[in-house]
Design a protein around this ligand. Structure first.
Ligand code: XMP
Length: 327
């Protein structure tokens, strides 16, 4: 039997009861596979790796070593949530690495989007690898592979995935407990494992993170404006009940400035662009009609609270011709 093929008889996991049965089955399978050996997992804080981490903590506790690399391009509060949930609440064996300076230093003056992606992806592998080499006695590598990754492994998604390990790092085997699940099933399993809804129902967040939303050469001041404006957008969409209704939303800070006036003086500051889209498969996307009062409140807050910003825009462009991300 091809263990990478979902059996036709496998029931879709749609309820907490089915999720609990799946979890019990996987806990037993993982214990059987790894025995008393150690397992390493790159925990990004995304849905898939978080669910795998929670499942493996249940199965093998501290035999799991999680490594969270903060590349400095996370959304506000994201790395903190990973530490809070996994180290403080689930008592996981978690190594937290703040590699912000390392990533941002490598990205200085790099303007081209695909080069930025390559640098972020490559550096991620190097940081994770360095950490893995320091650890002793790791036998298995766990991964948050899900079924669409297997179906799409013809390369379509390859440039989208940050991570992976150099081929010379040898493990006895891979632990991929959710590899036959679709995304919606992974979310049901995550909830049954007790992970916070904000983590399990997270909208897609690109591997290169805020790096592709701080267009052109990333600078720390624009990155700060981006992170703060994104947090305001999320808060206000949440207040307006839009979080579950809009598929993906974020802000962008482009690398051009415009004239503004503040305290009677001319300024030359950044614009913030609000991007919100609805889609089924991310191949095409439409732009939702957001209530004017919500947009106005977000605009007022960004202009008042975020430094170096004098203009806020709402991007009305559907995909295509525009892509969802700005880079
Ligand atoms: P585009 O911009 O191509 O985005 O319309 C489609 C979806 O893919 C996400 N995206 C990425 N995800 N690494 C990722 O993991 C990437 O480099 C990347 N670029 C785009 C984007 O957020 C949207 O959901």
């Amino acid at each position: 039997m091809d263990c990478n093929k979902r059996p036709d008889t496998m029931e879709r996991i749609t309820t907490p009861e089915l999720a609990v049965a799946f979890i019990e089955e996987q806990v037993a399978a993982v214990r059987e596979q790894v025995g008393d050996k150690k397992v390493l997992l790159a925990l990004s804080g995304g849905v898939d790796s978080s669910v795998v981490a929670a499942l493996l903590i249940k199965a093998i506790g501290k035999q799991l070593v999680c490594v969270h690399v903060n590349h400095g391009l996370m959304r506000k509060g994201e790395s903190e949530q990973v530490v809070e949930v996994f180290r403080n609440q689930l008592d996981a064996n978690l190594i937290y690495i703040d590699a912000t300076d390392r990533f941002l230093d490598k990205l200085v003056d790099v303007e081209e989007p695909e080069t930025k992606r390559k640098i972020i992806g490559g550096e991620f592998v190097r940081v994770f690898e360095e950490e893995a080499r320091k650890l002793e006695g790791i036998s298995f590598l766990a991964q948050g592979t899900i079924y669409p990754d297997i179906l799409e492994s013809d390369g379509v998604k390859a440039h989208h995935n940050v991570g992976g390990l150099p081929e010379d790092m040898q493990f006895e085997g891979l632990v991929e407990p959710v590899k036959l699940l679709y995304k919606d099933e992974v979310r049901v399993v995550g909830k049954a494992l007790g992970l916070p809804v904000s983590m399990v129902d997270r909208q897609p967040f690109p591997g290169p993170g805020l790096g592709v939303r701080c267009t052109g050469a990333i600078t720390r001041d624009r990155l700060h404006s981006l992170r703060e404006s994104d947090a305001i957008l999320r808060e206000e969409f949440d207040n307006a009940g839009l979080t579950d209704k809009v598929w993906q939303f974020f802000t962008v800070v482009p690398d051009f400035r415009s004239t503004g006036v503040r305290d009677g003086k001319r300024v030359f500051d950044w614009p913030v662009i609000i991007r919100a889209v609805n889609t089924v498969d991310a191949m095409t996307a439409t732009v939702p009609e957001i209530d004017y009062a919500v947009l106005k409140k977000i605009t007022d807050r960004i202009l008042a609270e975020v430094p170096n910003v004098c203009r806020v825009l709402y991007d009305l462009s559907p995909k295509g011709p525009a892509t969802i991300e700005w880079e």
